[in-house]
Design a protein around this ligand. Structure first.
Ligand code: BDR
Ligand code: CA
Length: 308
C-alpha cells in the first residue's frame, strides 16, 4: 500500500490548474487539506471563485478554500485571459454556494504545517509563488516542515512562454520566486522543458471519452478550451505534470541544481537560470510520457489518451 499523501494546493485556476486539482481529487490515498488561491491567470476573486466552483462541481465542498494574495510582492499581476478565457476556466461551472474560509492563506498554511508532524504535508504550487514567499517571510520555519514542495514554474533550459526567456508563474512574481528559492527549502521545480514533453493535440483531445464524474468534468474543461480556441492545435499539461510528479515522482528523471531568478527590469524579468553546482532544487529532466498518459487515463478512467 503506498503511503497516503496529505496535500495543500496553492493555485490560480486556470484551465490546467483545474485539471491538476481534479487529478488530486481522483487519486486514491490523497487527502486534500485545502486549496489556497492566488491571483495569476485571472484576478484573485476569480481564482477563488473557480476553486470553490470546481470543488462543488466535483462533490467535494468539504475541502476548504482560502484566499491568498491579490497582488505580487512587487507590481501588479498581468493576467492570462487570452489563454484561459475571461473567467479563467473555459467551461462554465455553476456559481458556487460555498464560501472561502475567513482567514489569510498564509495563516492557514502555517497552521496546517505546524499542526502536522514534520514531513507529513505535501505542497503543490501551481500559480505565482506569492503565498509561499509570504509564508517564508512571516513564518520562516514553517515551510521547512513540509515533506515536499512541488512547484510548476520556470524555463530553466528552455524558451519561456510569456516572454522569450520567462515562464508565466515566475514572471508574475519573480521577487516571490527569489524569496522561496533562496530560502534553502528543498523543492521540485517542474519547468517548461518538462511540461512540453506532455501535450495533447486537438483531434485526440476532442475524441476522448470519460464516464467517471471527476474524469468527465476534466474532459469538459479540456474540450471546451479547444472549442473556444480554434487556432490552437495543442494543449500542454503544465500544472497536471506537476501534480503527476507529486503523485508519482518516478515518472521522471531528475537533476539537482542551484537556481537564480532575474529581477532585472528588462527582457530578462523573471528568467530562471542555473547558477552552477548541485543545489537544493530538483529539476525534472526526461518524463516518461507513455506512463504519464497511462496514469492520467486510469485516474480519470478516460478512453483515447495517447498511451501507446
Ligand atoms: C503556468 O502558467 C499558467 O498560465 C498555467 O496555469 C501554469 O501554471 C504555465 O506557464
Ligand atoms: Ca496555474
Amino acid at each position: 500500500m503506498p503511503e497516503p499523501i496529505k496535500m495543500i494546493i496553492d493555485t490560480d485556476p486556470g484551465v490546467d490548474d483545474a485539471i491538476a486539482i481534479l487529478m488530486a481529487l481522483a487519486a486514491p490515498g490523497v487527502e486534500i487539506l485545502g486549496l489556497t488561491s492566488v491571483g495569476g491567470n485571472v484576478p484573485l476573486a476569480r481564482t477563488t471563485r473557480n476553486s470553490l466552483a470546481l470543488l462543488q462541481a466535483a462533490g467535494r465542498s468539504d475541502i476548504p478554500v482560502v484566499k491568498g494574495a491579490s497582488r505580487p510582492l512587487r507590481g501588479k499581476f498581468t493576467y492570462s485571459t487570452r489563454f484561459h478565457g475571461p473567467g479563467g476556466i473555459s467551461s462554465r461551472l455553476p456559481e458556487p454556494t460555498i464560501r472561502p474560509v475567513k482567514r489569510p492563506a498564509v495563516q492557514f498554511l502555517n497552521e496546517k504545517l505546524t499542526s502536522h508532524k514534520p514531513g507529513e504535508l505535501v505542497l503543490v504550487a501551481l500559480g505565482p509563488l506569492t503565498n509561499l514567499a509570504k509564508l517564508v517571510q512571516e513564518y520562516p520555519c514553517s515551510l521547512k516542515r513540509a515533506k515536499n514542495i512541488v512547484v510548476m514554474g520556470g524555463a530553466v533550459n528552455a524558451p519561456g512562454n510569456v516572454t522569450p526567456k520567462s515562464e508565466f508563474n515566475i514572471y508574475s512574481d519573480p521577487v516571490a520566486a527569489e524569496v522561496l528559492f533562496s530560502s534553502g527549502v528543498p523543492l521540485t521545480l517542474v519547468d517548461l522543458a518538462a511540461c512540453r514533453q506532455v501535450s495533447i493535440d486537438r483531434d485526440r483531445a476532442l475524441g476522448l471519452r470519460a464516464e467517471h464524474r471527476i474524469g468527465s468534468l476534466a474532459l469538459r474543461i479540456l474540450q471546451s478550451w479547444f472549442r473556444k480556441h480554434r487556432d490552437r492545435e495543442r494543449f500542454e499539461f503544465y500544472d497536471p505534470l506537476a501534480m503527476m510528479i507529486t503523485l508519482k515522482p518516478t515518472i521522471t528523471t531528475v537533476t539537482k541544481i542551484n537556481l537564480n531568478v532575474s529581477l532585472e527590469k528588462n527582457s530578462s524579468w523573471g528568467q530562471t537560470y542555473e547558477s552552477g553546482g548541485a543545489g537544493e532544487i530538483t529539476l525534472p529532466l526526461h518524463v516518461d510520457k507513455s506512463r504519464f498518459f497511462r496514469l492520467l487515463e486510469s485516474l480519470f478512467q478516460m478512453e483515447g489518451l495517447p498511451v501507446a
